[in-house]
Design a protein around this ligand. Structure first.
Ligand code: GLN
Length: 490
């Protein structure tokens, strides 16, 4: 086995036990990334020097007999909307230019003090708006299982990198599915934690009441290991919830007597055949393992979640993106004749089409004359959605549902019909609206499905708030039965 194929757990224990050095691991992962990235374009920035220096420091600590931490020498990748001190952070937008933040996101401080080593910053949809990683100002990322297809998004770079073996773990952010959907498209695991569990300090905001950072991994154990480090109260983030101790130890026997729900309203919706098959197969697996399969009803979710999400997300985005004015960050317009021209130049040249359309939508929806009818109405429906889930979890421990209705499309296909993309988010957005945890797990690869044969098929578990550890435990049991995904050979 090559070093880049190892799990984060095995890398950390190998480095701590002096089986190999952090520098050897870093160099192997780096060569893998360099060998694949010409085809995938998963990375915006490769942090060769900073990463190798950090790996050297870990090796130094090991040789002095110090404890290098639970992620000793584990190479990781961050989505490029997480601030890294002194390292270019772009959110895949021209508006930020070569901005190098003067501080780091809490998530990166936590990972690096646990011994992780940064390999790069991943490509994404601009400001995390999209589900294809094609709205990036740096061009699209490809899916490692079929390079003519999208890896999903908006955290598509992080997901593609983990699936292709650049690093065992990467971080993404999920506002309405951006961890779970690319995890599914790239055939790996991805957790969107409960809102408030992982700090958003230093995450470039899209929809602040929806955004949450979480891990991608090729084993459930690695996702749990990352969460053990990331799930901490952060006084610098006012939405981080104190006093939550979640156990992320993976244990056997999580399926027995578990009440797993299917959603009645989703039953009639069309799914690609391999996804429908996976739903049946996994439902049967649950029953065989002693779980009880029940039904819950989410009528408001099924009818209104998509419209409400886009109203809320666009409204928050228009506020959050007002700060890119040519003064405080990145791109400037030195030749502009006055203030107005400066704003106009910076914002019209700096933002891409998708981001502009959401800023305009958000501006309209929150205008005083309209906000009661649209924005405020959407926030009311959001409360109903949260309440509907709360009731559902009185009779169920978790919900089993698809991540998306279809398998990855060709790069460029979705651009022609953006609203089709919005609708395909139905299974992911409601989870953010209610602040719940959602976990994508790999179930296998599509068989006999025309030109989409061989693509990975993922499904999703959704649980009540703070059930993140439980969801990973169910995922751990399923991984035992279904097997863990392999690295895509490129
Ligand atoms: N596709 C959704 C959107 O474009 C979700 C994106 C995300 O989770 N960041 O808003």
């Amino acid at each position: 086995m090559r070093l880049y194929e190892l799990s984060a757990r095995d890398i950390a224990s190998g480095v701590r036990g002096k089986k190999f050095s952090a520098t050897e691991v870093f160099d192997e992962c780096l060569s893998r990334a360099v060998a694949c990235d010409g085809k995938l374009a998963a990375l915006i920035t490769t942090t060769v020097e900073a990463g190798r220096a950090a790996a050297g420091r870990i090796d130094g600590r090991v040789s002095r007999g110090e404890d290098p931490g639970p992620l000793a020498g584990v190479p990781v990748i961050l989505k490029d909307n997480m601030c890294t001190h002194g390292i270019r952070t772009t959110a895949a937008s021209r508006v930020l230019g070569d901005w190098a933040p003067p501080y780091s996101a809490t998530v990166w401080e936590l990972l690096s003090s646990a011994g992780a080593v940064l390999l790069g910053k991943a490509n994404m949809d601009e400001f995390a708006m999209g589900n294809t990683t094609s709205t990036s100002a740096f061009g699209p990322t490809a899916n490692p299982w079929d390079v003519s297809r999208v890896p999903g998004g908006s955290s598509g770079g992080s997901a593609a990198a983990v699936a292709a073996g650049y690093t065992p773990v990467a971080l993404g952010s999920d506002t309405g599915g951006s961890i779970r959907q690319p995890a599914s498209y790239c055939g790996i695991y991805g957790l969107k934690p409960t809102y408030g569990l992982v700090s958003r300090y230093g995450l470039i905001a899209y929809g602040s009441s929806l955004d949450q950072i979480g891990p991608f991994a090729r084993t459930v154990g690695d996702a749990a290991l990352a969460m053990q480090i990331l799930a901490r109260h952060d006084p610098r983030d006012s939405t981080s919830v104190p006093g939550k101790k979640i156990d992320f130890t993976c244990r056997e026997g999580a399926l027995k007597k578990k009440r797993v729900a299917l959603v009645r309203e989703f039953r009639g919706f069309t799914l690609d055949a391999p996804i429908a098959d996976a739903m049946k197969r996994v439902t049967r697996l649950f029953e065989e393992a002693g779980a009880e399969v029940v039904e819950v009803s989410l009528p408001t979710v099924a009818r209104y979640a998509v419209a409400c999400y886009y109203a809320i997300a666009a409204s928050e985005a228009h506020t959050n993106l007002a700060r890119y004015d040519g003064v405080r960050y990145g791109r400037a317009a030195p030749g502009a004749a006055g203030l107005k021209e400066m704003y106009e130049t910076v914002r019209s040249e700096g933002f891409g089409v998708e981001v502009k359309s959401r800023i305009i939508a958000g501006t309209c929806l929150t205008e005083p004359v309209r906000s009661e009818e649209y924005y405020v109405a959407a926030t009311r429906v959001r409360t109903l959605i949260a309440e509907e889930f709360r009731r559902a979890f009185e009779s169920a421990d978790c919900i089993l549902q698809p991540v998306t209705p279809s398998l990855p499309e060709k790069i460029g296909e979705m651009d022609e019909d953006a609203t089709k993309g919005y609708e395909s988010d139905l299974y992911t957005l409601p989870v953010n609206m209610a602040g719940l945890p959602g976990f994508t797990f790999w179930t296998g690869r599509a068989e006999n499905f025309g030109e989409k044969t061989g693509l990975p098929v993922g499904l999703q578990l959704v649980g009540p708030r703070w059930s993140d550890g439980e969801l990973l435990n169910v995922g751990f049991a399923l991984e035992k039965i279904l097997g863990a995904p392999k690295i895509a050979s490129l």
